[in-house]
Ligand binder design. Structure first.
Ligand code: NAP
Length: 459
């Protein structure tokens, strides 16, 4: 067993780490103390003499060399900002985030001798750094504990309870098994869930995809492979139902850690979340939910999977075919790259409505030839198995075009085949799937999974 405590300065990592060490008879290793010991310098001297970058290098080395098990680890407040540290710390561990209100932190560290990390006044530095680091803390932790009104003893007891009992409500695992059976999840997946959520280790963190349908999704096998690759004590399953409410009730009772969201819930889930990221808010769709400390955070990673393969085409003239959810993510991605976007759709009023939100041009599908775009994105289901149509004819394509088909079943769609034969640069929908999944994995765990690793797991 390895327990890692992370969080801002003044949240009680050192004190709780020492108390946990007494309770468990495992040694307590404080990464700041290990840095001072290894490099024979006080932390403030490293900051003053060699700068923060060198300190972060030392910290990374010390974290990489920690024992793999049999210890309690306390990390420096900024350690989990680096995804490499998160990957090293999380392997085989239970990671616990200690949180506190800024006023409590200020009270606890007001006599510190540590040098400031910014030029801001003490109180402002706490608030600004906390806000900056919150996403990294939220991603990296298995469990979150608010220490604002708790003594170190109470925090330790809460941690011991989590380690021995987990955080699901009584009977939640059994209720979830009935739900999975009723929605037609294959028996082997129900058995694996039963082992993870009911009869197995209470520290196992649970994830799922919510959709209708969800049975076809490639996310469960992908995330299971990623969790195994990075040594994470996590399990991923599927929740399929006609409505989002019963799924969210299940997520609450199981204390789910993260949820992938697909059709038809990407918009309807938004009103049930505590906080929505600015990208998801602008797109009007959430495909990723993370729970931490009783609050739910909604994000959109689809647009990242559209933006990144087109990052070298900044400022181009683009057409998006379709005006649904995927088209909204595409338009957001393209406008973030300063592209001039025209939305063309079967139902023109839907294209106009989407164009109105983003300040783009719009029209019917027949207007394609008048636009002569450099970038074409298909955000309609045309060409998705079993359909064998292409949304554009060969005569409409030109070799200078980049054609990105968001449809990914089959991997080579009729449109991609036509575009390839014309000499266009082509981007298949699998690329969006890979990149949105990698970004979602980072939201779920704080770890950056290399894209080639994700691609190899899907092939
Ligand atoms: P959606 O919200 O239902 O929107 C579908 C859009 O396609 C609408 O604008 C609709 O036009 C148009 N459309 C539907 N059938 C059409 C047809 N036969 N001819 C012309 N236009 C048609 O769906 P969505 O969530 O945006 O998804 C769109 C596609 O993107 C799906 O095929 C999905 O598989 C793909 N996608 C892929 C990924 C990935 O990871 N690669 C992620 C998300 C989505 P009307 O307004 O006229 O109905």
């Amino acid at each position: 067993m390895r327990i890692v405590l992370c969080g801002f300065r003044g949240t009680g990592k050192t004190e709780c780490g020492r108390l946990l060490s007494q309770l468990t008879s495992l040694p307590f290793l404080d990464t700041d103390a290990l840095i001072e010991e290894r490099y024979k310098k006080a932390i403030h001297d490293i900051f003053a003499g060699e700068g923060e970058e060198t300190f972060r290098d030392y910290e990374r080395q010390v974290i990489a060399d920690l024992p793999a098990s049999g210890c309690i680890v306390g990390t420096g407040g900024g350690a989990v900002i680096d995804p490499r540290n998160v990957a090293a710390l999380r392997r085989g561990s239970t990671m616990i985030l200690l949180e506190a209100e800024p006023s409590a932190i200020e009270q606890r560290i007001r006599h510190t001798t540590r040098p400031p990390l910014t030029t801001l006044p003490f109180r402002d530095e706490i608030r600004v750094l906390l806000e900056e680091r919150k996403p990294a803390y939220t991603r990296a932790a298995d469990f979150c504990i608010d220490t604002t009104t708790r003594s170190p003893n109470e925090v330790c007891l809460a941690i011991m309870r989590i380690l021995s009992e987990g955080t699901a409500s009584p009977g939640a695992g059994e209720r979830a098994i009935r739900f999975l059976r009723e929605s037609g999840i294959p028996d082997d997946e129900v058995t694996a869930f039963e082992q993870a959520a009911v009869s197995g280790d209470p520290k196992t963190r649970l994830f799922a995809i919510a959709g209708n349908p969800a049975l076809h999704s490639r996310s469960p096998p992908l995330f299971s492979q990623l969790f195994a690759h990075f040594g994470l004590n996590c399990h991923y399953t599927r929740f399929q139902a006609p409505g989002i409410i019963p799924i969210l009730r299940l997520c609450h009772d199981l204390d789910l850690r993260g949820l992938s969201v697909t059709i038809p819930f990407k918009h309807s889930i938004m009103e049930h979340l505590s906080e929505i990221g600015p990208d998801a808010e602008a797109i009007g769709a959430v495909n990723t939910v993370v729970w931490c400390g009783g609050r739910s955070y909604g994000y959109n990673t689809d647009w990242i999977g559209i933006r990144d393969p087109l990052a070298d085409a900044r400022g181009s003239n683009a057409v998006v075919l379709g005006a649904g959810g995927a088209a909204a993510a595409a338009v957001y991605a393209l406008t973030s790259l300063s592209m001039e976007v025209t939305i063309l759709n079967r139902t023109v009023s839907a294209a106009e409505a989407l164009a109105g939100r983003f300040g783009c041009a719009s029209g019917p599908l027949e207007a394609f030839d008048r636009v002569n775009p450099a970038i074409v994105i298909n955000a309609t289901p045309v060409g998705m198995e079993p359909d064998t149509q292409s949304p554009l004819k060969k005569t409409q394509l030109k070799p200078a075009m980049t054609v990105f088909d968001l449809v990914y079943t089959p991997p080579e769609t009729p449109l991609i085949r036509l575009a390839r034969n014309t000499g266009c640069r082509v981007i298949p929908g699998t690329e969006l799937f890979v990149r949105q999944a990698a970004a979602q994995f980072t939201q779920f765990t704080g770890i950056s999974a290399p894209l080639d690793l994700v691609r190899s797991m899907l092939s």
